[in-house]
Write a protein of this length. Structure first.
Length: 230
């Protein structure tokens, strides 16, 4: 697999849109087919946050959003790392403190959410949820709260457009209305540029690069992930 920066060739427009949204403290939903570069874009911005954004906004990146528990544990563990302890108040008004990761794994969903909600007012956060494909009713309600309390960046193969018949589940109205950033496969010119960059970094010698590039494009349809995997 090539580096994520190579996968982002010809993605300057999407990079600019995403970083401007975050700087303005606005949420956005990134969508497109698998392998088109959504994760590469998020990883680039996250890894160079101080360059693209600034210190006034703190990123919290969750790469595994397959279930609500996965999301809650990932977020709470990162908050614990930042604040050194998490707190929540139970239904009997008893206050609980958590200092170690193993303690968080024993909490139920509601307790994890309470601990996370208590952290959100402490800083200007940007919550980034990647691979968010299965929006169950519980995930849906959690996203609505995040959308109201902080900057929320989501990435999925689903567009979250009201008119998209392929989208599964019913989202909260605020999520349907969130700004969208569409990422698609590369057109031939940009796909060939990506292949040239990969070719120049490879020790392999090819007699007829143009013919090879044309064949690769025919197979991949310009999908950056497929191109870099070949």
């Amino acid at each position: 697999m090539q580096s994520s920066s190579i996968n982002l060739i010809a993605r300057e427009g999407q990079l600019k849109t995403l970083t401007e949204q975050i700087r303005c403290r606005k949420s956005i939903h990134i969508h497109g087919p698998g392998g088109c570069g959504k994760t590469a874009l998020l990883l680039l911005v996250s890894s160079k946050w101080k360059y693209y954004i600034d210190r006034s906004i703190t990123p919290v990146y969750c790469n595994d959003s397959r279930s609500l528990r996965d999301v809650l544990l990932a977020l709470s563990l990162q908050f614990l790392s930042q604040f050194k302890k998490l707190e929540l108040t139970d239904r009997f008004h008893r206050r609980h403190e958590f200092l170690h990761p193993y303690q968080l794994k024993s909490l139920n969903l509601d307790e994890l959410k309470k601990a996370i909600y208590n952290c959100l007012p402490k800083r200007n956060f940007c919550i980034i949820l990647d691979h968010l494909e299965n929006v169950t009713p519980k995930v849906n309600s959690f996203l609505r709260v995040l959308y109201e309390k902080t900057v929320l960046i989501t990435a999925s193969r689903q567009s979250w457009e009201i008119r998209d018949m392929n989208s599964s589940g019913r989202l909260e109205y605020c999520l349907y209305l969130a700004p969208k950033l569409r990422m698609e496969n590369l057109p031939p010119k940009d796909a060939f540029l990506l292949m040239q960059n990969i070719f120049h970094k490879s020790p392999l010698k090819v007699h007829n690069p143009r013919e090879l590039f044309a064949r690769v494009y025919h197979i991949t349809r310009g999908n950056p992930g497929m191109i870099t995997d070949i």
